[in-house]
Design a protein around this ligand. Structure first.
Ligand SMILES: NC(=O)c1ccc[n+]([C@@H]2O[C@H](COP(=O)([O-])OP(=O)(O)OC[C@H]3O[C@@H](n4cnc5c(N)ncnc54)[C@H](OP(=O)(O)O)[C@@H]3O)[C@@H](O)[C@H]2O)c1
Length: 397
């Protein structure tokens, strides 16, 4: 394992779309191991509308293991892995040059399609028009490990928090524009003064970003989070006002109900997978008529990354989602799976700006050399990391 701080990187940007010796991580299916493959690639044949990135760091996400462990054992196609990356552009096709991409730029992002293309490679050749989740960053301000760590986890956190915020603002503006301007103006003010969020899983990487975005862009006054005791310090350092240990269900219930005499939630954001709160949801959440919302990105129970996707896990939250849409459930419920590009095109620029100005921290749990990928995936599968697990692909000096 490497130290989580990176030294200066030694990369030549005089490379070009030529013959490259490339190493990449691949696997066949859920029963086979991930391995490092050597290949010779001639990128010049792909040139015109592509850019070539020398990958410096990538980060691992549970989805990488979930996808791998969902590929049936009879599948014999070699598949790539990972979707988050940070690196340096080493060549640019003409079309992309005209669009402003330059050799030497530091870029980071995540792939929309990580099933047929993965970022666990030394050289990544992409068309930014087809893989638009890419942004440049200042490597003097943001470490490559951090730059590789934020895209996937922050896209989902941004979509949930910013989506909630935008909807609230719209409703408040509508009210202010309406006939009852005077009285509703007061109501809008009271909403602003008492806006609270509960993040289930404050020590997940998504949860850590959510805690910070809740204060930065969500304008939440109180951020309460549920996590194990080991995560309390980190969650508090990122802005959580209260941390609640969540392993003992009875104690958790008592604590959440105790807190609810002061704090009732506008938004509950589940980053772990939990259904226990529905038994007493009306005691801790504001009424659904106020626009309060419960959003899960996992479902009713924790994922088992070794088992891959389980369709039956979608049934119970799916039924609740339909019930909520039809108005039959006591909460506004949403089950969000981020597929494709987030609808808010500003997320990349907004989030990188928050990172560059130090307003958003991306905790790094551990950094492994590219060759130590197995240890890194083992750590990911244990679900114990407090922050992003990074694979350092490029050499350092
Ligand atoms: N729907 C989507 O589009 C979407 C997008 C991104 C991620 N996700 C999902 O969101 C969840 C969190 O992702 P992440 O990258 O933030 O995770 P992560 O950084 O790997 O989270 C690690 C932390 O999660 C807690 N944890 C323990 N077992 C867990 C389990 N089985 N599932 C989830 N968390 C567990 C532990 O904290 P404590 O010690 O406090 O328990 C651990 O320190 C994952 O299930 C992931 O698949 C969904």
């Amino acid at each position: 394992m490497l130290s989580s701080k990176t030294s200066k990187i030694n990369i030549s940007v005089e490379d070009s779309f030529e013959q490259y010796h490339n190493r990449k991580l691949v696997y066949f299916n859920k029963k086979t191991k991930i391995y490092l493959k050597n290949e010779e690639i001639n990128y010049s044949i792909m040139k015109e509308n592509k850019i070539l990135i020398k990958v410096v760091s990538i980060s691992l996400n549970p989805i990488d293991l979930l996808i791998k462990n969902s590929i049936p054992r009879f599948s014999s196609f070699e598949r790539p892995i990972c979707s988050d990356y940070a690196g340096i552009i080493v060549d640019v096709g003409k079309v992309q040059e005209e669009k402003g991409w330059k050799i030497g730029q530091s870029v980071c992002g995540n792939l929309l399609n990580s099933i047929s293309k993965g970022t666990a490679v030394e050289y990544l050749c992409i068309d930014p028009d087809k893989e638009p989740n890419i942004v440049n960053f200042d490597p003097n301000v943001v470490d490559y490990n951090v730059a590789a760590g934020w895209p996937t986890v922050s896209s989902i956190a941004y979509v949930v928090i910013n989506g909630f915020q935008r909807k609230r603002e719209k409703e408040e503006n509508k009210k202010e524009d309406g006939e009852k301007r005077e009285t509703l103006g007061k109501e809008a003010k009271s909403i602003d003064e008492d806006r609270n969020i509960l993040v289930i899983g404050g020590s997940t990487s998504v949860g850590m970003i959510a805690i910070q975005l809740a204060k930065n862009i969500g304008k939440f006054n109180k951020v309460v989070t549920m996590c194990s005791k080991e995560g309390f310090g980190l969650a508090e350092s990122l802005g959580a006002d209260h941390c609640v240990e969540y392993h003992n269900k009875q104690e958790l219930r008592q604590e959440l109900i105790r807190i609810s005499s002061d704090i009732k939630y506008d938004l509950i954001f589940d980053c772990v997978g939990n259904k226990d709160l529905f038994k007493y949801i009306n005691e801790i959440m504001k009424p659904k008529e106020t626009g309060s919302k419960y959003v899960t990105i996992v479902g009713d129970s924790k994922s088992n990354y070794e088992e891959g996707f389980k369709l039956r896990a979608l049934i119970s939250p799916g039924v609740r989602l339909i019930g909520s849409q039809l108005g039959h459930h006591s909460v506004n419920f949403n089950y969000w799976i981020q597929v494709g590009k987030p609808s808010d095109s500003m997320w990349l620029k907004d989030v990188i700006e928050l990172i560059e100005t130090g307003k958003l921290k991306v905790p790094v749990d551990s950094v492994y050399k590219f060759e130590e990928f197995q240890e890194a995936f083992d750590r990911l599968s244990k679900s114990v990391a407090k922050g992003k697990i990074i694979l350092r692909v490029a050499e350092t000096v």
